[in-house]
Design a protein around this ligand. Structure first.
Ligand code: ATP
Ligand code: SF4
Ligand code: MG
Length: 353
C-alpha cells in the first residue's frame, strides 16, 4: 500500500542500510500574540542526512536542544517533517520514503519502528498492569486471543529479565531499572526492526545503567535489532554505538565509526564534548575544554559556521561561510572548513589507528 513510487536515486540506498535520512528538516513556527502570528522559525532539525546500517547501533549525540529527540520523532512520524526523506528498507528489500506516506500507508511501519523513552516513570501508565502495558500494542495490531497475549507478554517479560508472574502488578511496584525493562518489553512486543532509544538510561541510577545497556546489547544480538541510540552522554554512546552522529543546532557536524571518532575527532565541537567525558582511570588527568557562550539558539542561528561564536579555532571565513558536512577522511565526515588542518584531541583509551 505504498502511495508513492521511489525514483531511482532513492532506490539506491545501500543494501545493508535499514534507514537513511536525506536532508531531513523539522522547523517549528514561533507564534506570538492573540492571533498566533508567526514571528520566527525554530530550526530544530535542519537538513540531517544519516544512515543506520541493519543490525548496528548508530549513536546520536549533542548538547540539550540540538534536535536529537525531534529527529527521532520525525523518523517515527510523531512529528511531521518539514522536508527531506526518511528512506526505510522493507523486508522484501525495497525502499519506502516514510516522510511522504499517508497515515494509513504508514501503519505497517509503525510496528517495525518502535521507541524506548527516557523516563520509565512517566512513560508507563500507573493504572495499567504490566500485562496491559506490554500487551497493548499486541491488542491494537494483531488479532490474538487473551490467552495468546498473556503467553506472549510472559515471554517478553522473561526476555527482558523480569519474572512473568509480575504481569498482574502495577508499575509502582517496580524500581526505575525494572520499569525501563517493561518499556523495552513493550517496544519489542511487535518484533520491530528499528528501535529508537531516546535517552533510554539517562533517568536511571548509574548502578543500573550498565544492566539496561547490556540488556539492549543482548537483545540486539538475539534479534538482529537495529538501534538509533540518542543520548547526550558520550560515555554511554561509546559503549553502545558502532557509528556516531554529532549534532549541533539541528545539523550533523561530524559522522564516523565510534572508535575512530573518539580517538581522533575532526570537528572542534566533538573535541569539546569528548574532553568532558570522565576518564575511567582516576589518576589520569584530562583537560576539559570549557566552551564559552550558550548553545546557539535554533531560532536565531549564527551566520556562517553555527559553532563559530564558541569555537577556539574560528577564523574570519567561519563567520561568513557555512561549512558543508563532507568526507574529510575515508568514512569520516565533518562540517568544518579546517578539519584537515586541525589536530584535535580525542580519548586515547581505545586503540584506534
Ligand atoms: N513541539 C515543539 N514546538 C516548538 N519547539 C520545539 C518543539 N519540540 C522541540 N522544540 C525545540 O526544538 C529544539 C530541539 O529540541 P529537541 O527536544 O529535539 O532537543 P534534544 O537534543 O532532544 O534536547 P535534550 O537533550 O534536552 O533532550 C529546541 O530548541 C526545542 O525547544
Ligand atoms: S568551521 Fe570554523 S568555527 Fe566552525 S568548527 Fe571549523 S574552525 Fe570552528
Ligand atoms: Mg531529547
Amino acid at each position: 500500500m505504498i502511495t508513492r513510487e521511489l525514483n531511482t536515486e532513492q532506490a539506491k540506498v545501500d543494501s545493508g542500510v535499514l534507514l537513511e535520512t536525506r536532508g531531513l528538516t523539522k522547523h517549528f513556527a514561533v507564534r506570538r500574540g492573540m492571533f498566533g502570528r508567526t514571528v520566527g522559525t525554530i530550526k530544530a532539525v535542519d537538513g540531517v542526512s544519516l544512515r543506520v546500517p541493519s543490525g548496528t547501533t548508530v549513536g546520536l549525540v549533542g548538547e540539550s536542544g540540538c534536535g536529537k529527540s525531534t529527529l527521532g520523532r520525525c523518523i517515527l512520524r510523531a512529528h511531521e517533517p518539514t522536508s527531506g526523506e526518511i528512506l526505510f528498507r522493507r523486508e522484501d528489500g525495497s525502499v519506502s520514503d516514510l516522510a511522504r506516506l499517508s497515515e494509513k500507508a504508514l501503519k505497517p511501519y509503525r510496528r517495525q519502528i518502535r521507541m524506548i523513552f527516557q523516563d520509565p516513570y512517566s512513560s508507563l501508565n500507573p493504572r495499567m498492569t504490566l500485562l496491559q502495558i506490554v500487551g497493548e500494542p499486541l491488542k491494537v495490531n494483531r488479532s490474538l486471543s487473551a490467552g495468546q497475549i498473556e503467553e506472549t507478554v510472559a515471554q517478553l517479560l522473561t526476555r527482558v529479565g523480569l519474572r512473568p508472574e509480575y504481569m498482574r502488578r502495577y508499575p509502582n511496584a517496580f524500581s526505575g531499572g525494572e520499569r525501563q525493562r517493561v518499556g523495552i518489553a513493550r517496544a519489542l512486543a511487535l518484533e520491530p526492526r528499528l528501535v529508537v532509544a531516546d535517552e533510554a538510561v539517562s533517568a536511571l541510577d548509574v548502578s543500573v545503567r550498565a544492566q539496561i545497556l547490556n540488556l539492549l546489547k543482548d537483545l540486539q544480538q538475539e534479534s538482529a535489532l537495529t538501534y538509533l541510540f540518542i543520548s547526550h552522554d558520550l560515555g554511554v554512546v561509546e559503549y553502545m554505538a558502532d557509528e556516531v552522529v554529532v549534532m549541533y543546532v539541528g545539523k550533523a557536524v561530524e559522522v564516523g565509526a565510534t572508535e575512530e571518532l573518539y580517538h581522533r575527532p575532526l570537528h572542534p565541537y566533538t573535541e569539546a564534548l569528548l574532553s568532558a567525558v570522565p576518564d575511567p582511570d582516576p589518576t589520569a588527568r584530562r583537560e576539559q575544554i570549557v566552551l564559552g557562550g550558550e548553545v546557539a539558539d535554533p531560532s536565531n542561528v549564527p551566520t556562517g559556521c553555527p559553532f563559530h561564536p564558541r569555537c577556539f579555532y574560528a577564523k574570519d571565513r567561519c563567520k561568513a561561510e557555512v561549512p558543508a558536512l563532507r568526507e574529510v577522511l575515508p568514512g569520516r565526515q565533518a562540517a568544518c572548513h579546517f578539519a584537515e588542518e586541525l589536530s584535535l584531541r580525542g580519548i586515547a583509551r581505545t586503540p584506534a589507528g
